[in-house]
Design a protein around this ligand. Structure first.
Ligand code: 4AD
Ligand code: MG
Length: 433
């Protein structure tokens, strides 16, 4: 290979290599050969560009390699960059050398391969434009939220994933042998975050959460990434403000930084740049009244299903908080209203039928009440003595929330199913690859 500057394809597309002889390395995205010319579209992490390999411009061995290479083979191409309106991205590399680095005979990826085949070959399908765009947007959203937390005096922390108690309810927990004991995979880092506010006051984490739910819906995974925050000296109202500002910042940042990726996924970036706090708030009781007026068969104390969330998010055209659920529907740790009928909590419902994105609440600081509700929910109170200590020693009003990252990414990317928001999805039916 001749010596030339090694560039990323993005530099070519930005016009920073025009007229120059450069080398790129990447994978064959499309391949076509006609009468002594090979048209080879190459992709790398930054973009795709067409390379034209003419028999007369390269040596014989290079031309044989170019002709013989195929979809998803890895290649190294040296050539001169020229503007070309007809080429995707507006540039072309006129090859003077071509080398196949790794062949790719009959990679099992096809146009109409069906969802099961696609999921069986997820490790290869991750190369698709769609998943590449999603992964970039996911990265950008997480970075934006980390920045927001940093700007707002939150500390990032790393709680444990193996636990002794189940935070969100016994039935949906993965149990495993832990030497002579039993451990659970965490459903939420909340309780550990609560322990950390007494020194750091405002904390957040991004960790996997596990739910052994059999539900096969486009929104449920058995392993998902949970972005959680907990704040000392913070009540229910302040908790909602934090959530809406965080979500707004992430939506606006993704719109600004990933317009092309969004476009390719069919999401209009302006939808995300228009997301603006404050979000609408509706109480659970008003939501029930509204649904009953609309003819839904739902009574006070019922949980909302997807159709109900849809009807509620249709009321306003944006994110909506549903607040103050009946106390008996919610876990032991939530603070209650004075009459103890409602919890000081909220679910944030995403627009366009993406459903519940965030669950959060003010926390109960009353040891006796937490103890009693723990026992009522059938938990072994002994496993939670450490958690009750947090109510005994220097307790403060505090609140927090958890955001399902895959649901957020699905919304951002306009995806039909949360499985495409994560590289390797875990559901009751899928553990491979
Ligand atoms: O509403 P959840 O269960 O709340 C908690 O776990 C609280 N302890 C959080 C806290 O206050 N720190 O879960 C929070 C969010 C949901 O709103 C949803 O977005 C997501 O986690 N989630 C799931 N995402 C994918 N698959 C599942 N099976 C999910 N279950 C919950
Ligand atoms: Mg919830």
């Amino acid at each position: 290979m001749p010596k030339a500057r090694l560039v990323k394809i993005g530099e070519i597309l930005d016009g920073d290599a025009t007229g120059e002889e450069i080398t790129i390395q990447g994978w064959v995205h499309r391949h076509r050969s006609t009468g002594g010319i090979v048209f080879c579209v190459v992709r790398d992490a930054t973009g795709i560009v067409q390379c034209t390999v003419k028999k007369d411009n390269v040596d014989e061995d290079a031309f044989t390699q170019a002709e013989g290479s195929s979809f998803e083979a890895s290649v190294r191409v040296t050539g001169t960059v020229a503007e070309d309106e007809r080429a995707p991205g507006g540039f072309e590399v006129k090859a003077v050398a071509f080398e196949e680095v790794g062949e790719s005979p009959d990679i099992p990826l096809y146009e109409e391969m069906g969802i099961e085949h696609e999921l069986d070959h997820r490790h290869l399908w991750l190369r698709s434009r769609k998943l590449t765009n999603v992964m970039k947007i996911r990265h950008t959203a997480v970075r934006a939220m980390a920045d927001w937390f940093e700007e707002n005096d939150f500390w990032q922390v790393w709680p444990s994933v193996l636990t002794k108690g189940a935070a969100e309810g016994g039935a949906d927990v993965f149990e495993l042998e832990y030497f002579e004991d039993t451990a659970y995979l965490t459903q939420s880092s909340q309780m550990y975050l609560e322990a950390m506010i007494f020194s750091l006051e405002r904390v957040w984490c991004l960790a996997p959460s596990f739910r052994a739910e059999k539900s096969r819906t486009p929104r449920h995974l058995t392993e998902y990434w949970h972005l959680e925050a907990e704040q000392a000296w913070c009540d229910h109202e302040e908790n909602l403000k934090i959530q809406e500002n965080l979500v707004q910042h992430a939506c606006n940042t993704v719109a600004e930084k990933c317009p092309e990726e969004l476009d390719e996924l069919g999401r209009d970036p302006s939808t995300l740049s228009k997301v603006q706090a404050p979000f609408e708030r509706i109480t659970y009781d008003d939501a029930i009244d509204h649904l009953q007026d609309e003819g839904y068969e739902i009574t006070w104390g019922d949980d909302f299903g997807a159709p109900h969330e849809r009807a509620l998010s249709d009321l306003h055209d944006g994110f909506v908080f549903i607040t103050h659920f009946p106390a008996k529907m919610k876990p032991f740790y939530m603070a209650l209203t004075e009459d103890e009928r409602h919890a000081k909590c909220a679910d944030l419902i995403a627009p366009e039928e993406y459903g519940e994105l965030i669950g959060g609440s003010e926390r109960s600081t009353d040891e006796a009440s937490v103890r009693q509700r723990l026992a009522e929910s059938g938990e072994d109170v002994e496993d939670y003595e450490w958690f009750l200590d947090l109510r005994r020693y220097g307790s403060v009003p505090h609140s927090g929330f958890g955001l399902g990252l895959e649901r957020f990414v699905s919304y951002l990317c306009s995806l039909e199913h949360v499985r495409d928001a994560v590289p390797f999805m875990r559901t009751p039916a899928r553990l491979y690859p």
